[in-house]
Design a protein around this ligand. Structure first.
Ligand code: SF4
Length: 354
């Protein structure tokens, strides 16, 4: 049976890896776009808004990519042969007023499209415009009923029911799209994971991904927070797995945070394959460094993305990035970078000895 999560996806792009191996910069395979930093929810754990988390420390909440710049970026991504685009926050991508036309243009050109959303605006004309083009949509959700959802997000009591209705309708509207949900586990919702997973399954969601809430930059502090929850979460996940069948799966990403951020490699291969365009029109190395000075590769406000990506300045900036020295924090791509570094350092004369 095929699956959709793997750390090995980069190895499907041997042509790009060969270019990196030659010390050059290929076109990325995948671009994450943060169209806007505006959000209609106020989640207490939002990594972009928690002042004690370094992620998003330089984010300006009113920023959004101007319409003409977005059109230009879309043209460039198509011309460059980018394979996939994910829309995410910063803010809520479905609040971006030009999201429908952006998705339609990219989808008509054959790019694979994904979106991380809170689901509150996954309805009406926008839902109809994006539905035929999305490979996946994942809705973040944490409360298990109206009152709990309202507490988590600072929204009205009926917001939970609206999101569940939106999900249910979108599943019918987009039968080829993998509609999933992401539950961020904390002390409040840990005893309610089964209830929430069952509600999501009843709404037609195909996958529920379960991950720990990150409340601290420090991995040891996160682990100390989650340790008392571990038995409850394990029992709830065991019940959740009983919901699994041919059309519904649980993806268990609830695990300890790394307590050491040592990285034994000196190049970030993943930054060549996946890059991030922020709502401030700056390009960042990755999700973990979005809206930080140390992750900023430059701005595309005054130049086209394709010209920026081909520029000697970008090549120099990527070559100067040493994860062992500059990324002493959580890295979403660490496992992938370890494998890619091992692969890219392989002596070609010895590769045939599989
Ligand atoms: S945090 Fe990870 S993905 Fe981001 S630049 Fe550093 S090594 Fe690369």
């Amino acid at each position: 049976m095929s699956h959709i999560y793997s750390s090995l996806k980069a190895f499907a792009y041997g042509d790009r890896l060969a270019v990196i191996g030659q010390g050059r910069v290929p076109a990325p395979v995948h671009v994450r776009i943060k169209p806007t930093n505006v959000c209609n929810h106020a989640c207490y754990f939002c990594a972009y808004r928690k002042p004690d988390l370094s992620l998003g420390s330089g984010m300006v909440e009113r920023d959004r990519i101007p319409r003409e710049k977005m059109r230009e970026i879309v043209e460039d991504l198509i011309a460059m042969g980018i394979a996939a685009v994910t829309f995410s926050g910063g803010g809520e991508p479905l609040i971006y007023p030009f999201i429908g036309e952006t998705v339609e243009r990219l989808g008509a050109a054959g790019l694979r499209l994904g979106m991380l959303t809170n689901g509150s605006r996954l309805l009406g004309k926008t839902a109809q415009m994006i539905a035929p083009h999305m490979t996946w949509v994942r809705v973040s959700i944490d409360g298990w009923d109206g009152p709990s959802y309202a507490r988590y997000r600072g929204v009205e009591m009926d917001a939970f029911a609206t999101v569940i209705e939106n999900l249910s309708a979108f599943v019918r509207l987009a039968p080829r799209c993998t509609v999933g949900a992401s539950i961020i586990v904390d002390a409040d919702n840990a005893p309610h994971l089964f209830d929430l997973a069952r509600t999501l399954k009843d709404a037609g969601v195909a996958q529920v991904k379960v991950s720990p809430c990150i409340l601290h930059d420090d991995g040891a502090a996160n682990n100390a927070y989650h340790r008392p929850l571990a038995a409850t979460v394990a029992a709830e996940l065991a019940s959740c797995r009983e919901l699994e069948d041919g059309r519904f799966t649980i993806v268990d990403h609830y695990h300890d945070s790394d307590e050491s951020y040592d990285k034994p490699y000196h190049r970030c291969a993943m930054t060549n394959l996946l890059t991030v365009i922020g709502a401030d029109c700056r390009v960042y190395t990755c999700q973990d460094k979005a809206y930080t000075d140390s992750g900023c590769l430059g701005s595309v406000r005054e130049i086209r993305f394709r010209d920026f990506w081909r520029s000697p300045e970008l090549a120099q900036r990527l070559a100067a990035l040493d994860p062992a020295a500059h990324c002493r924090h959580h890295c979403v791509a660490d496992a992938k970078n370890r494998m890619l570094d091992d692969f890219l350092r392989l002596d070609p004369a010895h590769a045939p000895f599989v």
